[in-house]
Design a protein around this ligand. Structure first.
Ligand code: 5GP
Ligand code: MN
Length: 337
């Protein structure tokens, strides 16, 4: 943030703050939002966290998650009121307005000051204050550094630490992605010194699966893998009926794409999941292959070099056909990796 004095002056008096993040918030989105919320509340601000949709149930353990307002048609008025009275809106972990879905216009048309804290490429969010670092491992890393920069490191307690750690551990895939620097480890070390129980959090996040999810995973691995060695690509494709049949929920498909990526010699992995309103495409890549470029150029999506996605209007069958056409464009690049 280069206009930090202006930010300090704005926040020197108690403000009405709304923190918002992307649809189907993941652990980085929700963990960062709740950590920031607790920090700003400690400074005397009135803070609300508003998400565009529900978050996956594996995040139910996050401290203060009961305070999250989930936007829906039923509570539209409550959300609108909060956005109308906001002096400051923090936009966390997204760079593209459309990921706000139903609350997009509240943010766009607001006269509040906008603070962006994010690590995605090519943000189109217009902000008065920006903490934007595409090389950061997680938005949670940026939230931690922001608190530190404001001279408030001593305000980080175990609850704030838990939100930050959740984002850090999931966005780095347990500290294994190439985005994991010594910074991420140093932050984690400090959070542990504060008394954070990391093993408890790993259990909440990774060993907390519903039986239906595990059965669904087994079904998908056994029946739905498409392996294309000629493109160094592997993907899964799931129809809306399959999704419904297994009685799984939002977020229960998270991580499945990594099984395709773990196959030897694979450079690009994908999962296509048909939902009622749209079909979700998730892309993962290794090394320098730009999954974000594929998502942006061909599917109106976006993301990071090694993890990107898009919500597509086609059904799963048509999206698969189109995806196979797109692969041809990248075949040489995929084989050269
Ligand atoms: P996932 O596949 O886990 O849903 O998303 C991986 C990454 O891709 C996210 O961190 C986000 O950066 C990006 N992403 C996913 N869906 C979309 C989308 O619809 N639009 C944009 N711009 N980015 C997305
Ligand atoms: Mn993130």
């Amino acid at each position: 943030m280069n206009n930090i004095d202006e930010y300090r002056s704005l926040m020197s008096q108690p403000q009405n703050v709304v923190i918002t993040t992307h649809q189907v918030p993941d652990a980085d989105a929700l963990g960062s939002s709740l950590a920031l919320s607790r920090y700003l509340s400690k400074l005397g601000h009135q803070v609300k966290v508003i998400t565009p949709t529900e978050y996956p149930s594996f995040l139910d353990w996050l401290p203060q998650k009961n305070e999250v307002i989930i936007f829906s048609e039923q509570n539209k008025n409550i959300c609108e009121e909060q956005f109308n009275k906001a002096d400051v809106i923090f936009c966390l972990d997204f760079s593209s307005y459309h990921r706000l879905q139903g609350i997009e216009n509240y943010v766009k048309s607001s006269s509040a000051k906008i603070v962006l804290i994010d690590h995605h490429l090519h943000p189109n969010v217009i902000a008065d204050f920006e903490v934007w670092q595409p090389e950061a491992a997680a938005t949670a890393e940026l939230v931690y550094q922001f608190i530190e920069k404001m001279g408030d490191k001593s305000l980080i307690d175990v609850k704030i630490a838990e939100g930050i750690y959740a984002g850090l551990v999931t966005d780095t895939l347990c500290f294994k992605l190439s985005t994991t620097t010594s910074t991420a480890h140093k932050i984690a070390a400090h959070l542990l010194e504060l008394g954070l129980n990391s093993s408890k959090i790993h259990t909440f996040i990774y060993d907390n699966n519903k039986v239906a999810k595990i059965k669904f995973l087994g079904y998908v691995l056994q029946n739905k893998l498409v392996h294309l060695p000629a493109f160094r690509t592997a993907y899964f494709i799931i129809t809306a009926e399959e999704f419904k049949k297994f009685g799984i929920g939002l977020g229960d498909t998270e991580g499945i794409v990594n099984y395709a990526l773990s196959i030897e010699n694979i450079v690009l992995a994908a999962i296509i999941i048909e939902r009622t309103e749209y079909t979700k495409l998730s892309l993962r890549s290794v090394g320098d292959f730009p999954a974000n470029e594929v998502a942006e150029k061909h599917f109106q999506g976006g993301g990071h070099r090694n993890a990107a996605g898009a919500n597509c209007p086609q059904n799963s069958e048509n999206l698969e056909k189109y995806f196979l056409e797109v692969l041809k464009i990248y075949q040489n690049q995929l084989l050269a990796m």
